[in-house]
Write a protein that binds this ligand. Structure first.
Ligand SMILES: [Zn+2]
Length: 382
């Protein structure tokens, strides 16, 4: 078999970026070490799940606590736990009816990443640059691995598993993930691993899909997956983002099939009209086997980084539109939660998932029946 480019996953003859470092990376994967196909075959990310579990992926270990440094970043380091807690409080899911993912290993990550990039994460200054928390550069790398990169690898494993679940069950949600600024060769914008790229590569390599659409509605341009699927006809990218904020990645923009740049402080009505119009048009234009929905909540009003003016109801309506359009066409959809930098975003994500459930856009009767017939033990009062 021909060696494959570790960046765009094409055979070496077709890779549009045959730079010297690329060829070096390809050579390193062709000297007897595992190919990407073998890595997928050996991976534990597609773990066994029970029929009574919702296709909702989450681990309490998604949440971050890095010696207080997480407080130096505007990111709510516990937002994923807030989503789960609210879904649980509303009797949708329980700890025994959701799916806990496996952590992506180095071998798994090599399906999307270059060895050079993964090695660079062994430097604390690289991790500090990616997290945009300069004092993190002074921490021992082992601390950053355990407290930051391991939770991110769990969330990355969650996106890969959720992708497979969406194909087999029609929909899935990873309560974390959506690191859309990270590509196979570089991280940035709080995104250390390219979970969307990894999710799609696993599905392509295991022949579960042949074509996919990424609908990226985070407030920022999704330059990571755009670099990774540049010139790749199997992946159609719709990206609706604020054109006046980070990352202004002009090369990556050329990978977007439907690019919708919106102005700062746009409100619900104009935004939702654009979402409705462009999601429907994209899905009419390209017949995908799967939608990856990057549902960032940094479009929320008063978000200091997203600089848009979407209300909580607007976000809930937005997610509903995307799931409605997918369901009308019977296209499997996997949602990841991506950016969202205010303390209330976790609650809004949960409210949106509960709304999708109430509107029957997401359902899993086996989990509800199982929970009904397996009541949780009463807490002891002694
Ligand atoms: Zn964002």
């Amino acid at each position: 078999m021909a060696p494959y480019c570790s960046d765009c996953y094409r055979c070496c003859c077709c890779c549009p970026k045959r730079t010297s470092h690329h060829l070096r990376d390809m050579a390193s994967s062709d000297d007897g070490s595992d190919s990407s196909e073998r890595r997928c075959m050996k991976s534990n990310l597609y773990r066994t799940v029970e029929d009574h579990q919702w296709p909702i992926v989450y681990s309490p270990e998604y949440n971050l606590s890095v010696l207080g440094l997480e407080k130096l970043h505007p990111f709510d380091a516990g937002k994923w736990g807030k989503v789960f807690n609210k879904l649980e409080a509303n009797a949708m899911v329980r700890t025994d009816t959701i799916i806990i993912p496996n952590e992506a290993t180095e071998d798994d990550l090599l399906v999307a990443h270059t060895p050079a990039y993964l090695n660079s994460l062994r430097s604390s200054s690289t991790v500090a640059r990616i997290t945009e928390v300069p004092p993190a550069a002074a921490l021992p790398n082992a601390v950053l691995q355990q407290k930051f990169l391991r939770p991110m690898r769990l969330q990355t494993g969650g996106t890969v598993l959720a992708g497979k679940l969406a194909v087999t069950r029609g929909w899935a949600i990873n309560i974390g993930g959506g690191f859309h600024h990270c590509s196979g060769g570089d991280g940035g914008g709080f995104c250390p691993y390219a979970d969307i790229t990894l999710c799609l590569r696993f599905l392509f390599l295991t022949n579960k899909i042949t074509k996919a659409m990424i609908i990226d509605l985070d407030a920022h341009q999704g330059n990571g997956h755009e670099h990774d699927f540049y010139n790749d006809g199997r992946v159609y990218i719709l990206d609706i983002y604020n054109g006046s904020i980070y990352p202004h990645d002009e090369r990556a923009k050329r990978a977007i099939k439907r690019k919708v740049e919106i102005r700062s402080y746009m409100g619900d009505q104009e935004y939702l009209e654009k979402v409705r119009l462009h999601v429907a048009a994209a899905l009419n234009e390209f017949k995908a086997d799967l939608i990856v929905y990057n549902a960032g909540t940094d479009v929320l009003i008063n978000d200091p980084l997203g600089r848009l003016s979407i209300t909580p109801d607007g976000i809930i309506r937005r997610d509903e539109i995307v799931f409605e359009e997918a369901k009308q066409r019977s296209i499997p959809i996997v949602m990841v939660t991506s950016g969202g930098y205010q303390k209330e975003t976790g609650i809004i994500i949960a409210d949106s998932i509960l709304n999708l459930w109430k509107k029957k856009l997401i359902q899993w009767p086996a989990a509800e029946e199982w929970a009904h017939s397996h009541p949780l033990p009463e807490l002891s009062s002694t």
